[in-house]
Design a protein around this ligand. Structure first.
Ligand SMILES: C[S@@+](CC[C@H](N)C(=O)[O-])C[C@H]1O[C@@H](n2cnc3c(N)ncnc32)[C@H](O)[C@@H]1O
Length: 293
C-alpha cells in the first residue's frame, strides 16, 4: 500500500535543498524562487555547509542536462504541453514558458511546496508584469485521480512531455511503477518522459565516498525520511531493464551544450573540480522514455 501523504511530506525538504543549490548555477529565477519561498533556510544550509560545494556541481550538471534535453525535444517535436512531477523550486516552468508563450506547463508537487511556489511565481510575474501559461496543482503524483485533475488544461489528443527530476530516487519500485503509469497516460504515443534520476543510482553515489561527503548525504536522506539503499535505482543496466519491462523504449542523452557555473561561484579547489568534471562527463545522463511500439 502507498505511504500516506503525511509520511512523504518530509521529502519536500529536498526540494528546498535543490532550490538552494540552484542559486549557484546562474540560471534565471533561481535566486528569486529560493528567496521568496524559503524563510527558514538554515536546516539545509547547515547540513551541507562545509561539503555542499562538493555536491552542488553534480546537481548543476543534472539540472542543466535535463533542461537541454527538454529544450531539444520541444524544439524538434513541436510539443507544447509539459507536466513537471515534483517540480519543487525548479525554474524550468518559468524558463520554458518564457521561451514558448503558447506552451502549457503544469507543475505538481505536495501541497506545502506547491503553494509557496505558486505564490513566489505570482510575485515574480507581477514584478515583471508578465503572465504565463504556468499552472500549479497540489497533489501526490502516485495518485492517478490527482494527476488527472492536475492536467485539466492539457489537450489529451496532443502529445505531452512529463518531467521527473529528483523524484524517483525517493520511491521503491511499486511506487515508481504507479508514477510511470500515470505519466504514460498523459504522454501519449508521441510524447516523452524525461528524467535524469537514474544518473544518481547507487553505483554513481560511490562518488560521495570519494569526495568524503557520505555523512551529509546520509543526513539529507534521514531528514527526508528515505533511505538510498531502499529507494532509487541500483545501476544503469537494471534501470533500463526496469523501464523496458514497464513498456518503454529507452534512450539516453548526455548533452554538453551548457556551462557549469558553480565551480567558480563556490570557489572549488582544482583537485575536487577535476574529480567532479570527470564524473560529470561520464555520468550526467538524461533518460528519455517513449511508449514502446
Ligand atoms: C529533490 S526535489 C526536486 C525538485 C525539482 N524537481 C528540482 O529539480 O529542483 C523532489 C521534489 O518532489 C516532490 N515530491 C516528492 N514526492 C512527491 C509526490 N508523491 N507527489 C508530488 N511531489 C512529490 C517533493 O516535494 C520535492 O519538491
Amino acid at each position: 500500500m502507498a505511504e500516506p501523504q503525511r509520511d512523504i511530506k518530509k521529502i519536500s525538504f529536498t526540494g528546498d535543498g535543490q532550490g538552494h543549490f540552484k542559486t549557484f548555477y546562474d540560471l534565471p529565477y533561481a535566486k528569486e524562487l529560493y528567496d521568496l519561498t524559503t524563510e527558514k533556510r538554515l536546516d539545509y544550509e547547515d547540513i551541507s555547509k562545509s561539503e555542499r560545494r562538493k555536491i552542488i556541481p553534480l546537481f548543476e550538471a543534472r539540472h542543466k542536462s535535463t533542461i537541454s534535453v527538454i529544450k531539444q525535444i520541444v524544439k524538434e517535436k513541436g510539443i507544447r504541453q509539459i507536466l513537471d512531477m515534483g517540480s519543487g523550486l525548479s525554474g524550468v516552468g518559468l524558463i520554458m514558458t518564457d521561451l514558448y508563450p503558447d506552451l502549457i506547463f503544469i507543475e505538481v508537487d505536495l501541497p506545502e511546496m506547491i503553494e509557496k511556489k505558486e505564490t513566489a511565481v505570482y510575485m515574480i510575474n507581477k514584478k515583471l508584469r508578465k503572465s504565463t501559461n504556468l499552472y500549479f496543482f497540489p497533489g501526490d503524483v502516485r495518485d492517478s485521480n490527482e494527476v488527472q485533475k492536475a492536467i485539466a488544461p492539457f489537450d489529451l489528443n496532443k502529445p505531452s512531455i512529463v518531467i521527473m527530476e529528483g523524484l524517483f530516487s525517493y520511491y521503491d519500485d511499486s511506487d515508481k511503477i504507479k508514477i510511470l503509469e500515470n505519466a504514460k497516460k498523459i504522454q501519449g504515443r508521441d510524447g516523452y518522459i524525461i528524467t535524469p534520476d537514474p544518473s544518481m543510482d547507487s553505483n554513481r553515489r560511490k562518488i560521495f565516498k570519494i569526495l568524503n561527503v557520505e555523512e551529509s548525504a546520509r543526513q539529507v536522506a534521514e531528514k527526508a525520511g528515505r533511505s538510498f539503499e531502499r529507494h532509487g535505482f541500483q545501476n544503469e543496466e537494471l534501470t533500463d531493464e526496469f523501464f523496458k519491462n514497464q513498456g518503454f523504449r529507452v534512450e539516453k542523452f548526455r548533452p554538453e551544450d551548457y556551462t557549469m557555473n558553480s565551480f567558480k561561484n563556490l570557489d572549488i579547489d582544482k583537485v575536487t573540480e577535476k574529480i567532479l568534471k570527470d564524473d560529470i562527463k561520464k555520468n550526467a545522463k538524461v533518460w528519455v522514455l517513449k511508449i514502446a511500439p
